[in-house]
Write a protein that binds this ligand. Sequence first.
Ligand code: PLP
Length: 388
Amino acid sequence: MAHSINRRNWIRSSALMAGGLAFLSSTVSKLAAMPVVRNIGFNRITDETAIMDAAPVMKARLLANENPFGPSPAAKKAIVDSLDTSYQYAFASISQLSDNIAAYEGVKKASILLATGSSPLLLAAAMHYSKGGKNIITADPSYDDLPTQATRFEGKWVKVPLTADFKLDLDAMEAKVDENTGLVYVCNPNNPTATIVDTQKLKAFCERVSKKAVVFVDEAYIDYLPDPKAASMMGAVTAGQNVIIARTFSKLYGFAGLRCGYIVGQPETVRALSKYTPGGMGLSATTVAAAIAAYQETAFLKDALKKTLASKEYLYSVLKKEGYTYIPSSANFVMFPLKMEGPKFSSEMMKRGVGIRHWKFNEQDWCRVSIGRMDEMEAFAAAFKELS
Ligand code: PLP
């Protein structure tokens, strides 16, 4: 038989296979021990390479504003339970998730567009509102994904410096709006400064500015506020204004790797942006099941908030003790001025197994440190003491 193997060949091929397996397993263990994960084709021109090139095994992963206390046990159970039917398209559960979000936000389903995190929706808005060389107005520094993407198409980026207390300068942003403005991006709380703007002021801003250009309010970190509903600009959408609200499960819900987010806007806006994305159909059945289980799961959210707050208080005390100031934070990350160059600080911290991010603005180097578990904050403190 062509496929039969005699004993000698069998021993030979077994030895080869064993050698192969040994080679494979040593390669695998070498790979696992490699300190650095190289760029895996994440085609971005922002500073995301800092994240993509981060060491896979860190004592403290404080560089991407994730929530290490999530996802919730209910979300994890829902993932496992949904596996048996995951051969099916998740039409029904995608529709249910939209229903749940619509009910909570008090909007019609046609006002909601789901996606694999909010990033694809930021990209959709960047593509749509930069058409014809329009301007995208943002604070500086702020989350730069949407404007960066816009400049990859036809958009121009108008940057407006923060106020002296590191908040979005809404008046200065409004003053920049003209007939060439496609979109005004408001990140509240702002990344990387974790500051918030006055709610009444932002409401009035949305009402006025949305008559001239679409206002995109990125509320990725709103769940970290004591009363997210009160601070949200969702009311501007229900009042019929030309406002888009972006939300994500990546932060307080702990879904950064699971990928689920949405925008809420006027139905015609949602229809226009849906041309750029597969929307809910991009989501896996497992993620949708987890999101349904996790959405507004109050006990879990409260607990994660409590732990985040405890870690943040600890971080504040460490910074004070070492003679550093910081910007009081309304989110799960803290920005503070450094006493050395940012790139050097980042690489020295990474050598000590602590991942953070650095910025430079107002002629000053800054560190943004995400809030992690207490053991991660202690690892940060130990490394930081060696450098400060
Ligand atoms: N918006 C802000 C302000 C963010 O900080 C992030 C991620 O860090 C995102 C949006 C994108 O998040 P995701 O695509 O995971 O929803």
